[in-house]
Design a protein around this ligand. Sequence first.
Ligand code: CP
Length: 307
Amino acid sequence: QDHLVAAGQLSRADVERVLDRAAEFDAALSAGGGEALPARYPETVLALCFYEPSTRTKMSFETAMKRLGGQVVDMGGVDASSVSKGESLADTVRVVEGYADGVVLRHPREGAAKMAAEFVDAPVINAGDGAGQHPSQTLLDLYTIREAAGLDDLTIGIVGDLKYGRTVHSLATALTEFDAHMHFVSPESLRLPRSVRFDLHEAGAELREHTEIDDVLPDLDVLYVTRIQRERFPDEDEYQKVAGEFQIDAETLAAAKEDLTVMHPLPRVDEIDPDIDDTDHASYFEQAHNGVPVRMALLDLLFQNHE
Ligand code: CP
């Protein structure tokens, strides 16, 4: 496929192809690069168009492209670009396509990457579209899960802001390809949106919903924690009703399996006590680091496919 705009595009075979390639890049990076990591794309330029803030996604795409021997141009965000003068997304991506061979797009509007992909031939990667999807995050999440717990016969608890959480929407959809047992833990007001419920239903996945982590914790191989996203709430009062709802600490994890893997797409605010960071449960920094080999693999496959 030319573009990656939603996790639903990815079959199990697609995911495994990316993760296997990522494992090769991971090994080469761990070996220090060199001959194991030849510059594959010296003439290739990747454009970063981020209309919302980012640390991990933007920097790991940039690192990935540079590790592949390629180059990066950065639109520089809304205020530093002609977006602030009112330029449309369609015009922006059509212009950027003339400068670059691929576009990584983060945008506050759901569906933005899908729309952008209709205007350009170069591969478009959705790096987060509002409360919609974040499929490249899902690939690194799946890579992390495969490394830590395996993707077969997986029981995962997905906790927090399931309504606005684009990482959750993409991950839940992708996990249906692996027949994972998914438990969704959230306040009533932050349950999965209708579109994701529909995808899960169509895929034959069982929708197990809870309001308390304790109800599911002992069964879990992976606990995937997410931030309640203040910036997505239309009403501050509604946010305050659920702020701080889930805070994972050593006491929370007392009933967990010894080898439970705790993940978080980050940034975190108060969802995971820093005391967990130094335990064997914590995988969230490793998860963020996996963004580089996984995005190298994704870029490599998309560029090869587009040749
Ligand atoms: N996980 C993630 O998307 O982080 P950033 O917002 O920092 O890119």
